[in-house]
Ligand binder design. Sequence first.
Ligand SMILES: [Zn+2]
Ligand SMILES: [Zn+2]
Length: 411
Amino acid sequence: MIQSLRGMRDIAGREARIFQWIEERARYFFELYGYREIKLPVMERTELFSRGIGDESDIVQKEMYTFEDRKGRSVTLRPEGTAGVVRHYIENGFDKRDPLKKFYYSGAMFRYERPQKGRYRQFYQFGVEAFGMESPLIDADTIAMLVDYFRDIGIESPLVKVNNIGCPGCRPDYNRALQGYLRNHEERLCPDCRKRIETNPLRVLDCKRESCRKVVADSPDIADFLCDSCRSYDEEFQKLLSARKIPFERDRFLVRGLDYYVKTVFEIHGGEGAQNALMGGGRYDGLVEALGGQPVPGFGFAIGVDRLASLLMETSLFEDDPGKLFMVWNLEEQALLLEKCDILRKCGVSVDFLPDKRSFSNQLKYAHRQGYRHVVILGEEEALSEQIHLKNMETGDETYVSPYDIIEHLI
Ligand SMILES: [Zn+2]
Ligand SMILES: [Zn+2]
């Protein structure tokens, strides 16, 4: 027997149904808000990710599936989606002549991580990127889209956490103040954070260790360091969220890992007190330039589908989803079965049957085991009728209905 690779898994049955639902609804909402789909290659030149994500990052250092193709070029299975979208944007010259673009993507990503519960080497993400727009309107509108989406798929009380992490004009001042503070408390920080003081002090703010959290609790607040432009941007952004009735709170310890983020960063949590974020994103005004394009502002986010699916697996969503109708049949002329199925399917009803000849009672038992709530009885007599002989498996009631009215009887 050949087994699947470590950290790679199949998604089937109810979970596949939930994946489908998560992605279908995401497409619906993204399109509604003016984003259009882009399908990207799974493999790119390695340098796209090392430049786009950063040579120093864990992803690039330890987690990429990188290998040489048959001509000896270094290629990498995409560990995330943004770099590919930016590559497309620059390659097509949009940054030079047509900068306003809104994309969404969806698909498998690959990271060579130690497999653990909920973490896979092939995982699924979707996300959006809006280019060429530097306005709190796009930040607020996109976050509103996400809140609408999460509520729609069954996350009842999504909570948005926001922060403004400044711009290249004002963040250096803050970094210096933060570094000064952290150096004074160095001995209480974890070894990683001690290194971060010099390399990326902002990241100390979101370290999960208790000792580090205590230190940063009294650290300087970036809100006191924002320049006028960042401050008014943030005020307008929060005003728009309130006007749109988005439940949000400011979290001053919320930062995004990558250097090119500016101004708005955000996360959405499953509700008050929910530990891990459902997703995160923000404004990245330096990324297009970092990958060789013009300095074009961007705003985007990514959502991990696996985690969202595992949350919805805990609900009753699709728990009982055998399809709508099952045909219990006994006919000399088998073509009549397909004819009846065709009529029902044209009415938009999902219909299935067993292709081998079995007794009525045997077929009914099968339908019961599969969890069908309704079956259609199709014998020689019914085959001649325009009416459908419908049986409710829960009550035992039998009725004759027109195929055009059948949907009402199935709810
Ligand atoms: Zn600023
Ligand atoms: Zn730490």
